[in-house]
Design a protein around this ligand. Structure first.
Ligand code: ATP
Ligand code: MG
Length: 481
């Protein structure tokens, strides 16, 4: 790069030809230093991150803490999300990092079951919803709108109609091209009667929705099992214990479904679980769930728990493909209706639900895989006695961010007008799994750093080498899957 750009560098007075006939350039020390610091500037610094503490829209009436869920309060208080209007949230930069990590996990697991990411428009023609009968049956939860020519649309709460219509419009697929698995990660709109608990029940929220197309019922069941495997792996990798139960097909319809839940007191679903035979169902499926206590299968007592639904899988059959003519050509070239499945994950709901399950009343605990940053490095306060050790901050950030599992995942809290204690408190509440403090012991003959594990609250005093070793071991244990 230096050789090809040599004339450019020289013209800027940045390099000088040291030895005639050789393309060896000597850079001025000033420029070397600035390029070096440019490389360091790739580090994330809290002074550059938009993380406004407790933002409320002007004029909004603050709910009492009791009316809020833990995740709703913490995510807003710590500048991770911001309430914009009833049931609608802005995702601020730290929240966006969490979502990016979650969508990356989803992308990986979807790729393992041969699903392709695509995207459909948010608006779907009302006509398609009329064909399936959902324009009438969905009622007031459906956001409806029209264009300047009075053509009606829905602001899509889900996309079965839109994707079935896509398949019927494109050149008919051959039987050889099935199964087909298409998913998107996009905003969904539902005019919920009671939006509440922050991201847990919103009117606009992020969903991963996968639609599958098969030739026959048998093959659709194989697909269903495949995708269920991917869901199991995804929720295991997220790292929060989950429960899979038989689900209600609700307004989507179809043949059968399963739901994935996190157990939480605030959860709006009641789940019935039998420890003896493994029976697990959403109480909605039973006609009189208030009274069923013996397990319908083995008659032993069932446990009743509350769950937050984070994922839902449906075997749809031909509920949408038939009326919308999503067909393929069979071996004889004749059109046949495809068998569909649809598979949702409430992406923004997962983000809040993990906080709901793991956190303490005034500090967030993130699962390792979703934390916005894995390590927050805090140096001495400006002007304090130990301020001479502050150069270690950049150095440690540089070293740790070269480690597997930490790349792009270190943030420096460089707001050095604040005391270490004040910054440690905020970092603990924000839930970075590790806080690394460069304090007065960094000035010792063998520099020593303090590492706080915000999940266990343990604190370790480690040398630079021991620290890197500790980080390596942690990744090995946490990212096993
Ligand atoms: P719920 O019973 O909680 O309303 P649902 O059965 O209507 O959920 P689906 O239509 O199956 O939900 O949507 C797929 C996923 O989208 C759900 O499993 C859930 O995680 C998420 N989800 C549904 N509604 C909302 C909402 N209002 N806000 C946030 N996430 C939602
Ligand atoms: Mg719903």
């Amino acid at each position: 790069m230096l050789a090809t750009n040599s004339r450019y560098w020289t013209s800027l007075g940045i390099a000088s030809q040291a030895m005639a006939g050789r393309s060896l350039y000597v850079m001025s020390r000033r420029v070397c230093a600035s390029i070096f610091s440019c490389r360091h500037s790739h580090q994330h610094r809290l002074s550059n991150i938009f993380k406004p503490l407790n933002v409320m829209p002007k004029g909004a009436v603050k709910k009492s803490d009791e009316a809020m869920s833990i995740s709703q309060k913490l995510l807003v208080d710590l500048g991770i999300t911001s309430l914009r209007s009833n049931g609608m949230y802005a995702m601020l930069p730290l929240g966006q990092r969490v979502l990016n990590k979650l969508t990356a996990l989803i992308d990986e697991e979807m790729a393992r079951v041969d699903s392709q990411r695509f995207s459909l428009p948010h608006l779907t023609k009302a006509e398609l919803w009329r064909i399936t009968g959902r324009w009438e049956s969905t009622g007031e939860e459906l956001f409806r709108t029209e264009d300047r020519r009075a053509r009606e649309y829905v602001l899509s709460p889900t996309h079965e109609e839109a994707v079935a219509n896509l398949l019927s419009d494109v050149q008919q697929l051959s039987f050889r091209e099935l199964p087909l698995r298409l998913y998107q990660i996009s905003s969904k709109f539902r005019d919920e009667i009671n939006p509440r608990f922050g991201l847990l029940r919103c009117r606009e929220f992020l969903m991963k929705d996968l639609y599958t197309f098969d030739k026959s019922e048998d093959e659709a069941v194989c697909t269903y099992n495949d995708i269920s495997g991917a869901y199991g792996r995804l929720f295991q990798r997220i790292g929060v214990p989950f429960i899979k139960v038989a689900g209600d097909c609700g307004s989507i319809g179809g043949d059968f479904s399963h739901e994935y839940h996190y157990q939480a007191a605030i959860g709006e679903d009641t789940l019935l679980l039998c420890q003896t035979c493994g029976y697990a169902t959403n109480a909605e499926l039973l006609p009189d769930s208030n009274n069923v206590l013996p397990c319908p299968k083995c008659k032993s007592q069932v446990d009743k728990i509350s769950g937050i639904e984070v994922g839902h899988t449906f075997l749809l059959g031909t509920r949408y493909s038939k009326p919308l003519q999503a067909c393929y050509r069979n071996e004889n070239g004749k059109p046949e209706v495809t068998w569909m499945g649809c598979y949702g994950v409430g992406v923004s709901r997962v983000m809040a639900a993990v906080v709901e399950v793991l956190s303490h009343p005034d500090s967030i605990v993130w699962p390792w895989m979703l934390a916005p940053f894995k390590v927050c490095i805090i140096g001495p306060k400006k002007g304090s006695r130990e301020s001479s050790v502050s150069s270690w901050v950049e150095h440690m950030a540089h070293m740790v961010s070269k480690e597997d599992g930490y790349v792009d995942d270190i943030v420096i809290d460089d707001r050095d007008s604040l005391t270490i204690g004040r910054r440690v408190l905020e970092a603990t509440r924000t839930g970075y799994p590790f806080i690394l403090i460069v304090g007065k012991r960094a000035a010792e003959h063998v520099p020593i750093f303090e590492l706080i594990d915000t999940v266990t609250h343990e604190s370790h005093h480690l040398s630079h080498q021991m620290l890197l070793q500790y980080f390596r071991e942690t990744v090995k244990n946490k990212q096993k899957l």
